[in-house]
Design a protein. Structure first.
Length: 184
């Protein structure tokens, strides 16, 4: 008999939050590896563009509270870059877990302009500051070398996230109709 692992619970937390804020989303599991459930294709009933979401989880650093270290393998990075190269809006959902779980949070990174800034790192840190509205994606060990990620992004619908990415990028290819999508 196969048992549930820790990641099943954490990825379930991300999926639960996604469904709460996106009741019209249809999730399709993309990852075919038997031991992984970290890549999903998303289509909503109203979006003209689909997207890909990628999951990772980390526990809070013991020596530095409100700080999480995320590691991405070269294969993970190559897979994410492939989705971006194919002009599929790609989002990285990072579960920032605490020992109590109750204080856990989810950071949502856009591949373009956020995740790609730490692409050359084997691992990177995400942190929060009490009473501040953002996550901080650390590009180096310098405290001021960060990318600010809105903490409330998890509450946005996929339609809003996709529209934002398409608008910022100047357009994405729609695999359903074969046309370039440009939102003004």
């Amino acid at each position: 008999m196969k048992y549930l692992t820790q990641k099943h619970f954490y990825y379930g937390a991300i999926l639960s939050a996604i469904i709460e804020y996106n009741p019209d989303a249809s999730l399709v599991l993309l990852e075919q590896k038997e031991d992984s459930r970290k890549v999903y294709h998303i289509q909503t009933s109203t979006a003209k563009q689909e997207c890909v979401i990628f999951f990772k989880h980390a526990f809070e650093k013991k020596i530095k509270p409100n700080s999480w270290l995320f590691e991405f393998s070269p294969e993970d990075k190559a897979e994410l870059k492939d989705y971006e190269d194919r002009q599929i809006p790609t989002f990285i959902y990072l579960l920032c877990a605490t020992d109590e779980l109750r204080g856990s949070q989810i950071a949502v990174l856009k591949y373009r302009d956020e995740f790609e800034r730490v692409l050359d790192k084997k691992a990177f840190t995400v942190s929060t500051k009490k009473n501040f509205p953002d996550f901080y994606l650390h590009k180096s060990k310098r405290a001021d070398d960060v990318v600010r990620i809105p903490r409330n992004r998890i509450e946005k619908t996929f339609d809003d996230l996709i529209s934002e990415v398409v608008r910022e990028s100047g357009g994405y290819y729609c695999p359903n109709c074969g046309h370039n999508i440009v939102l003004k």
